[in-house]
Design a protein around this ligand. Sequence first.
Ligand code: GTP
Length: 367
Amino acid sequence: MTETRPPQSAHLEAILLVGGQGTRLRPLTLRTPKPLLRTAGVPFLAHQLARARSFGVRRIVFATSYRAEMFTEAFGDGSEFGLSLHYMTERSPLGTGGAIRNAAEALTCGPDAPVLVLNGDILSGHDIGAQVRTHVERRASVTLHLTEVDDPSRFGCVPTDTDGRVTAFLEKTPNPVTNRVNAGCYVFQRSAIDRIPKGQVVSVERETFPGMIAAGETVLGYADRTYWLDVGTPAAFVQGSCDLVLGHLPSPALPGPTGEHLVLPGAEVSPNAKLSGGTVVGARARVMSDASVHGSVLSEDSVVESGATVHESVVGAGARVCSGAVLRNVVVGDGAVVGADNELLSGMRVWPGVQLPACSVRFSSEI
Ligand code: GTP
């Protein structure tokens, strides 16, 4: 009897983790999974797919769960992107480790091959090729991209020894021992993925990596300080979109020439309106005279009326910001209306379809 082996892929294979619910980005993620939110004019994932491809990846398995069918609709078999895309959907969310194990069923590489694993909500300018080379040269079980952040107290941190080996995964603390944090891009040996328990909820951060360190496996850190952003919160999502438009992170997936702003086809912007800070004006959106839009994302079919101010905010699809309203650091859900002269500030979220009446301030001498 001849043994049948899976075909060996000439290229690096990747798993993309895209099954999370994106709760921190609600209400934007109520209808659309976070990796599909339009960022600098295209679904967020398009930037990651283009980058992975530029490092030689040709075959990607999407680990889906929340609204899985929307990924197939958006990316199909991947041929449009020069990729071969495959989908592995969890019946109920298996966590990051369980999702990687489940998706690995669709890999074609052998046990000794490296596999790239990417969180579906990270923008990163790091050299994936160098991370893979480090992993292969050092014969590691897994090599994690670590990024150096100015304020590590907001993250769990990941110390390494002088040889680059990860020594621990530490929870958030006010006094972190290092400014290096897990950047959400891993190179695994296929055999290390196969050791994750099948069909169970597993977290790589809390279970798999600490378990591998305790077992004496080589868990390496690949640290750098290139551009890195986790777009998990509204403020970070807006920043990521603006950074792409402003060219702070080059992306082969940008839909056209960019600069201070990106205006998509069918949008109308009054010559008297001011757009700045990497603002995106979505398809068929309208920005009327004397409106000021800075560092913001205006989704398709949205309207910003005359004299309104929208700064560092997201305006959902078909939503309307009426004249004179002021929004700073706000998320307006799809189809919502912010009535004239309202002032919404820091972190407010307007749920889809909500209509805020105009803010009428009357001065009168009558009692
Ligand atoms: P929040 O709910 O706002 O924390 O966002 P999230 O659901 O995306 O969670 P988190 O940012 O911790 O997830 C990191 C990455 O793993 C994201 O790309 C998620 O899509 C993905 N992810 C998280 N949990 C699961 C899961 O159970 N299954 C799959 N397939 N992916 C997951």
